[in-house]
Design a protein around this ligand. Sequence first.
Ligand code: S3P
Length: 450
Amino acid sequence: MSASVITLETQEDLSHKLIIQPPAVGLSLQGSIRVPGDKSISHRALMLGAIAQGETEISGLLLGEDPRSTASCFQTMGAEISELNTELVRVKGIGLGNLQEPVDVLNAGNSGTTLRLMLGLLASHSGRFFTVTGDSSLRSRPMSRVVKPLQQMGAEIWGRKGNSLAPLAIQGQALKPIHYQSPIASAQVKSCILLAGLITEGQTTVTEPALSRDHSERMLRAFGAELTTDPETNSVTITGSAQLYGQKVVVPGDISSAAFWLVAGAIVPGSELLIENVGVNPTRTGILEALALMGADIQLENQRQVAGEPVADLRVRSSRLQSCTIAGDIIPRLIDEIPILAVAAVFAKGTTVIKDAEELRVKESDRIAVMAQQLNKMGAKVTELPDGMEIVGGTPLVGTEVDSHTDHRIAMSLAIASLVAKGITTIHRAEAAAISYPNFTATLQQICSN
Ligand code: S3P
């Protein structure tokens, strides 16, 4: 067997070209790997640590660009955060309601979670003025989904296009509690309102059409907030004006990052990978259910609870995949994994249909359009639907030039597809992977050479 050739070239504009040439025959992926810390939990640990009283210790933090944006915003507003590392980050919180008015614009970079969650806190900091912005992708993503409920609570927020696009300006106010019926199942919307409710006297409730990830609920409770949930109605209620207290947070590996290796292990013949220490919170495990439906061979080993979150080691062995339909309430539980699921579907027998996922159009890129275009460039048969994709599996892929559109999950999904494409695939703007997975290429090289 000849080896895979995987190289990363830095371009004049500092973007990266990831070039992948699998061997003509005989590639199999082997080894034990660890994925970086969960992005959603990393953001929340930094934020709650910053606004709690006392010290928070975070181990396993994701060192991606997105949590760095969160850390930098909260440092600007007075929290002391030690140098970011995976071992132990110390956050000296400033106590509830004490974020300082920054003298400059807060920059959330590429991170929707940073901007949307932070907005709930800023809007409720009475008497202080804030301005927030982000990169060109974030400045084009809809903010009205959080601005509108915050305005119902009495928030004063201004921005472009009817206060729906960043940059945004916020004049903090004492807010009033509401019961918000969210039209979308979004953890960012839910968490934004809960964080606003935390600093608002009375009880604030959010009801969502389907359950989205519940990391905020778990961590707010652990930090001492009074919070109740009603699983029958997908509602969560927070009681305001509580104090939060610094905690020890252990961030598990990100199942959204593990998903790339789960699909790689499933579609590259003869592979066996063990992905250790992965968070398997039931609000995030839609990917495991979808891959099981497709016939993937994935075992959960060593299941345990770590600091309030379920964790397991995931073993994947290659198998023949078949098509399936993915729609309805499972969508929010695998929303970030749909690009890589589309890659799995390309190698499955039959036609896979993904529906009810219009949210993908307003992620870091329009993930429906971009995945369809890029996979089709490689020879796949993907048709865009308004709210998803139809993927006819079984056509062999051929390496070509593709582009991440600066979206981290697209860059990594295309890298996995290229492992089973004939010839050389060049992924432009592959540096985007560092948003959630700084060591992605190194791990790819490792499992291809074992
Ligand atoms: C996230 C929620 C999801 C997800 C995003 C992270 C979070 O977004 O896509 O990557 O940490 O709350 P939505 O809430 O917009 O669905």
